[in-house]
Design a protein around this ligand. Sequence first.
Ligand code: ATP
Ligand code: MG
Length: 686
Amino acid sequence: MADVENGEADLLYFPPKAIQNEAHVQSMDQYREMYKRSVEDPAGFWGDIAKQYHWESPQTGEFLNYNFDYTKGPISIKWLEGAKTNICYNAVDRHVENGHGDKIAFYWEGNDPDDHGKITYRELRAKVCKFANVLKNLGVQKGDRVAIYMPMILEISVAMLACARIGAIHSIVFGGFSSESLADRIQDAKCRFLLTADGVWRGAKLLNLKDISDEAIVKCHQHGHEVEKCVVVRHLSPFEEQVVEGDGDCVEEPPAKRPARQLRIRWHHDRDLWWHELMEKASDECDIVWMDAEDPLFMLYTSGSTGKPKGVLHTVGGYMIYSSTTFKYVFDYHPDDIYWCTADVGWITGHTYVTYGPLINCATGIIFEGTPFYPDAGRFWAIVEKYKVTKFYTAPTAIRAIMRYGDGFVTKYDRSSLKVLGTVGEPINPEAWLWYYNVVGNKQCAVVDTFWQTETGGHVLTPLPGATPTKPGSATFPFFGIVPHILSEDGKEVEDEGEGYLVFSQPWPGMMRTVYGSHERFETTYFKKFPGFYTTGDGARRDKDGYIWVTGRIDDMVNVSGHLLSTAEIESALVEHKAVTEAAVVSHPHTIKGECTYCFVTLKEGYEFTDELEIELKRMVRTKIGPFAEPDFIQNAPGLPKTRSGKIMRRILRKVAVGNRDIGDVTTLADESVVDLLFELRPEKV
Ligand code: ATP
Ligand code: MG
């Protein structure tokens, strides 16, 4: 649209002066100096940072010990081995002891704008201690895995911290997953304990989490795995639920406050326990279990965009240092900030940037239960105004979805408190970047496009708000300690300008240590392709100014007549058309060109998919990128198959493109019905 056509996408955006003047890093020179030390002397750089935290005892061996080259032996990464600490102590107790007990740790904003709450660091400490005692009383021990399947409520962070306090490994499963996905993950991690809630409102929908948990436990049982205890948070009011034994009937009486049905919760006395009843009896003092820096902290399954999810394992010490340091610099954290990350705690973004990173920095954060569209498309900005949010972090999929509803929903709220706007999850197309910058940020904010993965634990490529001149759509430069390289298929370094595989040649403290239960899978997935490098699986391009542009998963590259094209680039071109709100491009076999591109486009409200539009879109890609990039096929897609974290699942679209209904594992798909619709709408001429 206008902004991109005006050439705004090709400009450099400098840090706003007001942000720069108070920033931790205020210039590229300062960044380069710090960066240089971080990669040349990692032990010195991270060692200085580590001094800010409490260590019960120092490391016994080397500060850093690793092998990235599988031809020389097993892959291993160890930071501060032998040092004793506890992340819960550093995230909570330390602040209370330092006189910050009355600071708000979290505001809680419910799905319903009238529902809200808050918790101070002192209150958080008491709750965490209580729940840690509850876990201990149930028989949870250091090293046990605890599954958590909860909505966005304060108890989810309390549960994580309580596990961390006693050395149990939490394995959170996003509350939008089906019983089957939950059962798979419980079994893979061999969890004997499940923490959940009765139900949750998401927009106008009431979800029965307890039912889904029950089904998952039965599925586990059928496969010979027993979940011994299930702790249930009573989140709905008694009005909204009815607790019955076994298979009682659903009561259809509408609750007083909300126009919805009542939930029926089945209760199994030998297994189910109410959270609030256990908490009442528990003591609010609980000793810390001092952990080795390399002891496991949590495991978390990747989103499953590309295949079977992997149980990524993170450890205590390195993750603590890295989550908190990235939080401090990338959001340029200051003690008076009100910070809001919209991600669900069930994803890595929620682990690192809702719970751990902010709390270790003693920040005030927001936990939001609802959706961007309830009660209307202005909800995000209503919350920004209500709490005077200064740092805001969300995903491109949310930005694109909100954009569809026009600027009015944004501009009617006061956003003058905002300073930094972050994005994560997918490449952000320049169109959406500019809208975020111009409309949401009113040209007064720094936009940080942060590239990272469940595996990396924290940001790895990202601008710094007070230092980095940004380009719309580029994640710019490496964070401290990260050494990126771009390699060609045969492993040659792409120097200067060029495109290829994005890999890292040195470990950083927050990177994963293994895939739970399969170190071999860890080595094969991340280290076998290029010996000596961690392979991200994403493609990247370096431009003439040294900026890095993540082009998306390497499987999503298309080779048309010998030209390697990134599907993200074609998608960006398509989305610039006024009729298109979202696009997804995949490769399709072609007898002459080898491969060609097949594009799915979702139209804005009020537009119709016609032959003329198809021609216009093809022409648009041709002029924006080049004649060789002109798509062969364009298909109307009223919806796109997405993971529950909102990412487009291109592997399914590749199947639709060739008309192959054998689409494989779809348990991570948010809405399966769109797949059938796409097969139906497939043009006959393909
Ligand atoms: P799976 O590994 O199971 O297929 P996933 O890769 O989607 O799932 P995550 O770890 O949540 O699971 O996502 C990381 C991926 O998201 C990255 O590898 C990259 O493809 C994409 N991504 C994240 N942030 C950005 C960004 N700022 N720019 C471009 N891509 C991004
Ligand atoms: Mg991945």
